[in-house]
Design a protein. Structure first.
Length: 101
C-alpha cells in the first residue's frame, strides 16, 4: 500500500449532513458517527441524512455525499422487573416485583 494513502485514510472522518445542508450536523471518527436526539418512533427516510468523509484536521476535501439508508427510531423499553416474588394462593399465586419507578 502506498504510505501516502495510508496517512490520508487515517486523517479521514465521517460527517453527517441533513438533506440539503452544507455544514455537517455531526462528525464522527473514521469508522462511525451517531445521529442522536431524535424522538422515539421518528421515521427517517433514505436520504434525509447524507454521509461523507472529510479531512479530520482541515475539515476540507470532503467527498461526495452518500444517502444514509432510512430507519425508524426505536422506542425506549421499560426496564425489566427486579425482586420478583410469588406467594401461593388456593388457585394460583400473587406475583409482586419492583419496576424501577
Amino acid at each position: 500500500m502506498d504510505p501516502r494513502k495510508e496517512v490520508l485514510n487515517l486523517a479521514a472522518q465521517l460527517a453527517i449532513y441533513k438533506k440539503g445542508e452544507t455544514d455537517p450536523t455531526v462528525v464522527g471518527d473514521p469508522t462511525g458517527v451517531a445521529i442522536t436526539g431524535l424522538e422515539a418512533g421518528t421515521v427517517v427516510a433514505t436520504g434525509d441524512y447524507q454521509v461523507a468523509t472529510q479531512d479530520s484536521e482541515s475539515k476540507e476535501n470532503t467527498s461526495s455525499k452518500v444517502d444514509v439508508p432510512g430507519w425508524t427510531v426505536l422506542k425506549a423499553t421499560e426496564p425489566a422487573p427486579t425482586n420478583v416474588q410469588s406467594t401461593p394462593t388456593e388457585d394460583g399465586a400473587n406475583v409482586s416485583a419492583d419496576t424501577g419507578k
